[in-house]
Design a protein around this ligand. Sequence first.
Ligand code: UDP
Length: 254
Amino acid sequence: MTSRIKAFSVEFDPLTMSQAVDKCLALASRRGSSMQYVVTPNVDHILCLQGNESFQCAYANAALVLTDGKPVRLALLMLGYTIEETVPGSDLVPAIFSKVSDKQSSLSVFLLGAAPGVAERAATAIHQRWKGVDVVGTYSPPLGFEFESSENHKIVEMVNSANPDVLVVSLGAPKQELWVYNHANELHAGVGLCVGATIDFLAGERMRAPVWMRSVGLEWLHRMLSQPKRLVPRYVKGAIFFPIIVLRQLVSMR
Ligand code: UDP
């Protein structure tokens, strides 16, 4: 296993997409007493992690920490660390499904999160596009579910009775990471993937940026313009505070 890179209160696994896919499939096939899970830090996560001990704990217990987004990769490069490729969650999930399909293998998946009806539409799209990938359950939890022990218990039971290899968790950060961390010991899925808006993308509910925008690192601009009210404040905050975090890290390394 490649050694981890420690920066900004995160320990990154410097894996390529293909290595990350293989690692996720290996985790998916190895059921233990507790579900392993994967997180994909972007600028927003890094801001949120500063001084947030619960989020840091959730991160520290992740089996894989994959670099989501070019700004984070660039910042790591400025610190002298090379990450060959970024591995955004919304690319990782389709890449895992494609590998399963190409190998004529099989994978069972549970989709947790997104607005009511969206995960069902994502399931239909997945069944049409990737042979061998079977969506064995979907659930859109109600607002505030994470504070209701009966609702949490219900979700754990639902996932465990569907017995998926992969639990795709799309609840937004830090909710998804905290929920998975708090319930990993009760969950029997092979691996949990904390992957933000991925279910929305799979359902066609939201559109990914065109490939050219993604390849030049402008996916954030596309996302921001598609949901300006919600995302402009997030990106402005990132543009102000992330450079400060990077600078602080640079100074501490001297
Ligand atoms: N979401 C949800 N329950 C919640 C909060 C969010 O199912 O309590 C879903 C939301 O509908 C969306 C996803 O979580 O599908 C996360 O979207 P976001 O754009 O925040 O993801 P990110 O920016 O982290 O990729």
